[in-house]
Write a protein of this length. Structure first.
Ligand code: NAD
Ligand code: ZN
Length: 360
């Protein structure tokens, strides 16, 4: 029997200012391998105060990455590994500071330092042969749950799929809500909505259970505080809440599953290169027949924060593009299985999925 027996992050530090603890947290680990740390940092921080607070010591490498042009790729991770191994050797550990993109690059690089060949070989479940190096995640934007999930999602030449196994999970996570203060309102909303959608989808499906439900229920409450209730808005108190919601949403879907919105969103990302959280928002607004309460509430949140999502997008897409996206979505059988049921193939066809895309 397939038992859900997941590894969680070994350690999680939470609190305003907890980033200050990073230096002492990694001190002992500096004795491992070739005695240097690799810091992978979102280029956004290059000229920000946080950059100067990174506890890099002599011999450490700080690598800045621009995450905006595209989602993390297999080639990107392979190149980081090859460059560092070829010039300095095996790091003692790797620290990622940034959003979901940096979390995934860091988790994947940790594994690729000890597993030969291209990361394309390891896209899938339990394909990794050797545990990765010590890795630390420091999220700077809340929502994806990538800080606690057991997958590192990469886009390769053939597929967008995660490197998923126990050793993908971070050894250490530092949740310091102060680091999210600078997130602009649109990104705050889209990435935050990823948490909301994770919870709605986790709850509304066959794999929902008491464990996943408890996390989703609490995370949804936090999302309502952040996006809808009387004191909604981007405030320090709400930044604290959204960071915890992101983690709980991630744990909820780990023990349940995501659903129709994520299946369609993967098609949009793979074929039209839309970013994950934004793509989810584009899709979710049109799924009222599957998630009526969730879509109604999301629309209230959109109105409250004056976020206008584009309409009529599908008018610009060719039939071939829509078919290509539908095929990507259809292949995500675990999501349909959860959302629609074990007999989902009787109800969901490529044509049906194309009809859903045409709502956009
Ligand atoms: P991201 O890392 O792509 O960052 C989004 C934007 O926010 C970027 O422009 C970035 O520079 C900016 N940003 C980040 N922190 C900031 C800060 N403190 N101040 C100002 N700007 C800041 O975004 P994301 O939405 O967190 O992650 C999306 C990625 O996560 C996708 O590649 C998706 O595939 C992946 N993902 C992974 C999982 C998982 O479980 N592994 C789950 C969901 C999504
Ligand atoms: Zn998501």
């Amino acid at each position: 029997m397939d038992v859900k027996n997941f590894k969680n992050a070994d350690r999680i530090a939470f609190g305003r200012g907890s980033f200050k603890g990073l230096s002492s947290i990694i001190t002992q680990k500096r004795l491992l391998n070739n005695n240097f740390f690799l810091f992978i940092v979102d280029q956004y921080f290059a000229d920000k105060d946080l950059f100067y607070r990174i506890p890099a010591e002599k011999g450490d490498v700080v690598k800045l990455i621009n995450v905006d042009p595209h989602e993390p790729t297999t080639a990107q991770v392979d190149n980081i590994r090859d460059e560092i191994l070829g010039s300095i050797g095996l790091p003692s550990g790797i620290v990622g500071i940034g959003g979901g993109s940096i979390m995934d690059i860091t988790k994947a690089a940790s594994l690729m330092f000890t597993n030969p060949g291209s990361s394309t070989r390891y896209q899938g479940l339990n394909l990794i042969k050797h545990p990765g190096i010590y890795h630390v995640g420091v999220p700077t934007i809340s929502g994806t749950g990538a800080e606690v999930s057991m997958t590192a999602v990469l886009t390769g030449p053939e597929k967008k799929l995660g490197l998923k196994c126990d050793s993908t999970v971070f050894n250490q996570v530092i949740l310091d809500p102060e680091l999210t203060a600078s997130v602009p309102p649109d990104k705050w909303f889209y990435t935050g909505m990823d948490t909301y959608i994770h919870c709605i989808e986790s709850e509304n499906g066959y794999l929902n259970n008491a464990y996943s439900h408890a996390y989703a229920e609490q995370a949804l409450q936090l999302c309502r505080d952040v996006f809808l209730n009387q004191h909604a808005g981007k405030t320090p108190g709400n930044d604290d809440k959204l960071m915890v919601a992101s983690m709980m949403g991630g744990l909820s879907l780990t023990y349940s599953e995501v659903g129709i919105c994520h299946a369609l969103s993967y098609g949009l990302s793979k074929i039209l290169h839309e970013k994950h959280c934004y793509a989810n928002c584009l899709v979710f607004q049109h799924l009222e027949d599957y998630y009526p309460e969730g879509v109604r509430e999301m629309k209230q949140m959109l109105a409250r924060h004056q976020i206008n999502l584009p309409q009529g997008l599908s008018k610009q897409w060719t039939e071939d593009t829509i078919t290509a996206m539908a095929k990507v979505a259809y292949a995500l059988s675990h999501m349909w299985n959860h959302a629609v049921g074990p007999d989902w193939k009787k109800k969901i066809t490529i044509e049906k999925i194309k009809e859903l895309y045409k709502r956009l």
